[in-house]
Write a protein that binds this ligand. Structure first.
Ligand SMILES: NC(=O)c1ccc[n+]([C@@H]2O[C@H](COP(=O)([O-])OP(=O)(O)OC[C@H]3O[C@@H](n4cnc5c(N)ncnc54)[C@H](O)[C@@H]3O)[C@@H](O)[C@H]2O)c1
Length: 317
């Protein structure tokens, strides 16, 4: 199958590309490398370094003619969204509208859209939170990711484009940026490996649904054929707090490690974990990698990267 992955140079997108290539699909990537890296794009995928808003993007659709468009490109930071909500909506809302228009114009069959189960519901009234819970985001990022969902569903009504919307929990795994503000697992591993104390935002008792990236890849593989017209939570169904993550990372890195408390984050959700029964039923998917195993794999990857990168050099590029 010909699959176009937007954001395929980013953390999650690059793993999805790898999964599709391994399953024998032909993959092209569109990414402007704003947070993604050329080095993340697996060998075997064609990388087009363009912005989803650029004129060039239409030419890529016209030439590659994807059967499936897997849309992972996004402004992916809650913090940036609170600082610049207009930019956030331009990329995540308007950018998705553009991708839907092009997917329809050039004959794609289906769009798979990466949404955010950790932010669109806001602070859920019910836990684990089901997909039909009211949408009440606490951050502009949650608003824009949901706007993207609405454009995907508009694409189905206006053009007959099939879709699956995957609302991920908090993803972690190899290639996540340890210097960013998202991704507490990567940040803690990075700080522990360089002997720095970890900063725990607020009291550290905020709970999220942490999901290993390999499990996300399997959901994206299954969504090629299943989950037609569905909105699906993709998570473990369990909440873990930041102090527990700290302890798990400490064990994987080989502790002991130190931490300090910082201020709580604006727009952060206090407790969210996802009801994943619908994904089980419609995709035949459930998370398989335990937190301990996922963190151990992630720590091993970061250790290997440090061994490959001499001190003082930057692994970006
Ligand atoms: N990481 C998580 O926990 C999580 C949770 C829920 C949903 N998501 C969603 O999954 C997707 C991937 O997230 P990630 O964590 O891998 O983030 P990421 O920042 O690593 O990936 C986003 C990619 O999109 C690219 N990009 C950004 N703006 C672009 C533009 N205008 N044109 C072309 N490319 C552009 C970036 O360069 C980057 O490679 C995003 O849609 C995000 O909203 C992530």
């Amino acid at each position: 199958m010909r699959i176009l992955v937007t954001g395929g140079a980013g953390f999650i997108g690059s793993h999805v590309v790898e999964g599709y290539l391994a399953a024998g699909h032909e993959v092209a990537v569109i990414d402007n490398l704003s947070t993604g890296r050329r080095a993340n794009v697996p060998r075997g995928a064609a990388l087009f370094e363009v912005d989803i808003h650029a004129r060039e993007t239409e030419r890529i659709f016209a030439e590659f003619r994807p059967e499936v468009v897997n849309h992972h490109a996004a402004q992916s930071s809650v913090k940036v969204s609170t600082e610049d909500p207009v930019h956030d909506m331009e990329v995540n809302g308007a950018g998705t509208a553009r991708i839907i228009e092009l997917a329809a114009r050039y004959g794609a069959r289906k769009v798979i859209y990466a949404s955010s189960g950790g932010t669109v519901y806001g602070q859920p009234e019910i836990l684990p939170v089901p997909e039909d819970h009211p949408i009440r985001p606490l951050s502009p990022y949650g608003v824009s990711k949901y706007a993207g969902e609405l454009y995907v569903q508009w694409g189905a009504r206006a053009f007959g484009l099939d879709y699956t919307i995957l609302r991920y929990g908090n993803a972690y795994g190899p290639r996540q940026d340890p210097t960013g503000e998202a991704g507490v697992v990567a940040i803690f591993i990075g700080r522990m490996l360089s002997g720095q104390p970890c900063i725990i935002d607020g009291d550290g008792l905020q709970q999220k649904d942490y999901l290993y990236v390999g499990d996300i890849v399997r959901a994206n593989l299954l969504a090629l054929e299943r989950g037609s017209g569905a909105v699906l939570n993709i998570g473990t169904g369990r909440g873990t707090n930041v102090l527990e993550i700290f302890r798990a990372v400490e064990a994987a890195v080989g502790g002991p490690a130190a931490y300090e408390h910082g201020p709580p984050r604006p727009g952060d959700v206090r407790a969210v974990w996802l009801d994943v029964r619908r994904a089980e039923e419609l995709l035949g998917w459930r998370a398989e990698v335990s937190l301990e195993e996922g963190i151990a794999r992630t720590a091993a990857w970061f250790r290997e990267q440090r061994a490959l990168t001499p001190p003082g050099t930057t692994p970006r590029g």
